[in-house]
Design a protein around this ligand. Structure first.
Ligand code: PNW
Length: 530
């Protein structure tokens, strides 16, 4: 373990980009302002019984008043606290976070000039944020909403004015509700054309200043959480759980959704290259979430199982984007339920990435699922791989757990993952588009304790030193690293119960930003004249 102080810019190649990452739905608020249309997440967080799974998960660790922020399910008074934006943010017009910029009247969390200053003070080079599709196209298609365009222009200009590069995600899960209603969103090939229109509009409006585009954030997570487990929008799931979530068919829908996302990316990427890349000189990529999967033993069956686990998470998207086909293990195990790419589609997919964005947080052990009991009950996107994932080996945890139950701290995982990608895909360009860890937002934690986030410092120090080794010793081509996240924020179905920020947000006092210890650690590590 490298000492927490030991990281500096010198450990990384010249021009390596450091930034923080965010997404529209988690940061913007103002969900009903500036003529924004509804997204499937607005609908999802307002549905009766919402956050139920999050509630059950959280109950194990917190039985506390703060947790209620995320857990309220039902009454609208509660909802306005629960859903970010709305009266929750609007009720605090004097807060620094809610200042108005440009000609738009959006009062957004990330919008205050103050937040851009915070990034600058940290020594960051870049900021990754997402555009809310329904802010640009309230109904998903048609004529763009000028207020939405103005808002992102003012954010982009504020960043550039401080010398910070915008990295823009086009889709971070908040699909316009209208497209869900009209043709079931990602389940339909109709979405390809609408996504292209949206992407084209963004390239045209912002591409003179935005040089890094990320078409999609974590399509794997979207397919599994949204269409298999059903705990995220649009909340579709396996027929076995239809009581808990909306209808769905987890045997086929996750694969269909992934397929349509891949095709949407390919078409948008072609559009960028045909009409914009030469004149604007930017780059296009996708942000893929992937854990590292370590075989639990050296037995051949476990080694093969770990490979399948990677195939069904990273390979599901990266194989089509690089080789123009799904992983062989997926073709074999999913069979007819796996859509097929025509030759024309394959051609469009191959080379559609200038860089691979990797969202990496954690690692697990994997063993072969010999019994296949779950698969016997249901052929499903989470059982098809025939693997058992576990943090435990010989009674030992793979790493310490953060606040989120899925987040074990395993710094060596990132190095193995980088090496794997280098070897499997011929040393492609990689940017770490997310990495970070969370603390529990518990009422039993005092403010001064919450600000002493040594665990987060250790996390970033250890992950960064492994990343540095992957670059310098293993020859991996990694050119950037984005911390999730600048500020504490709304963590999907965990609501406000966890805190991922370098800055602490006082949710009870005007959303005041208070630096945690990790802020000064990053500032020291990133200072240029050393
Ligand atoms: C990402 N995992 O989600 C999302 O892109 C962010 O919006 C989110 O806030 C952040 O990470 C923290 O959760 C992930 O199980 C969720 O490995 C789960 C995993 C990875 C990423």
């Amino acid at each position: 373990v490298v000492a927490a102080e030991a990281i500096s810019r010198d450990d990384f190649p010249n021009g390596f980009v450091f930034g923080t990452a965010s997404s529209a739905y988690q940061f913007e608020g103002a969900v009903d302002e500036g003529r924004k249309g509804l997204s499937i997440w607005d609908t999802f967080t307002r549905r009766p019984g919402k956050n139920l799974p999050g509630y059950l998960i959280r109950l194990q660790t917190t039985i506390a008043s703060d947790a209620f922020l995320a857990l309220c399910n039902g009454p609208t008074t509660c909802c306005s606290v629960c859903v970010q934006g709305e009266s929750w943010i609007s009720a605090m017009p004097t807060s620094p976070s809610t200042s108005t910029t440009g000609s738009s009247d959006l009062r957004c969390l990330q919008n205050g000039p103050g937040d851009v200053d915070l990034m600058k003070e940290l020594g960051m080079d870049a900021y990754r944020f997402s555009i809310s599709w329904s802010r640009i196209f309230p109904n998903g298609t048609g004529e763009p909403n000028q207020e939405g365009i103005d808002y992102y222009n003012s954010l982009i200009n504020a960043l550039l004015a401080k010398g910070m590069q915008p990295f823009v995600t086009l889709f971070h899960w908040d699909l316009p509700q209208e497209l869900e209603d009209r043709y079931e969103g990602w389940l339909s090939t109709q979405i390809i054309e609408d996504f292209e229109h949206y992407a084209y509009t963004c390239f045209k409006a912002f591409g003179d200043r935005v040089k890094h585009w990320i078409t999609f954030n974590e399509p794997h997570n979207l397919a599994i959480q949204g269409y298999d487990i059903g705990i995220q929008a649009p909340g579709r799931c396996s027929i076995l759980s239809h009581l808990l979530c909306k209808k769905g068919n987890s045997s086929v829908e996750p694969y269909l959704v992934a397929h349509n996302i891949l095709l949407s990316h390919a078409v948008a990427s072609q559009t960028y290259r045909l009409h914009f890349q030469e004149s604007q000189g930017g780059f296009i990529g996708m942000a893929l979430d992937t854990k590292w999967y370590e075989p639990i033993s050296e037995a051949e069956e476990d080694v093969a199982a770990a490979q399948r686990a990677i195939d069904f998470e990273l390979g599901w998207f990266l194989d089509p984007l690089i080789f123009g086909r799904y992983p062989h293990s997926m073709q074999r195990l999913v069979g007819k339920r796996l859509p097929i790419f025509t030759q024309e589609m394959s051609k469009l997919l191959v080379n559609s990435l200038d860089f691979i964005g990797i969202n990496h947080y954690t690692s697990l052990y994997v063993r072969n699922d010999r019994m296949k009991i779950r698969k016997f009950i249901l052929d499903d996107a989470s059982t098809d791989a025939g693997v058992i994932k576990t943090p435990l080996r010989d009674g030992q945890m793979i790493g310490e757990m953060a606040a989120s139950r899925w987040l074990y701290i395993v710094p060596w995982g990132i190095r193995k993952l980088m090496r794997y990608i280098r070897e499997t895909y011929a040393n492609p360009k990689i940017i770490i588009t997310e990495n970070g860890m969370d603390d529990l937002n518990s009422p039993f934690t005092t403010l001064s304790r919450a600000l002493k986030d040594e665990k987060r410092i250790q996390y970033h120090s250890d992950y960064l030193s492994n990343l540095s080794a992957a670059i310098r010793e293993d020859g991996c081509d990694v050119s950037g690293y984005f911390v999730w996240s600048l500020l504490d924020n709304w963590e999907w179905n965990s609501g406000y119960t966890v805190r991922f920020g370098l800055y602490y947000i006082d949710y009870k006092k005007n959303l005041t930003r208070i630096p945690k210890a990790s802020v000064s650690w990053f500032r020291d590590a990133l200072q240029k004249e050393k």
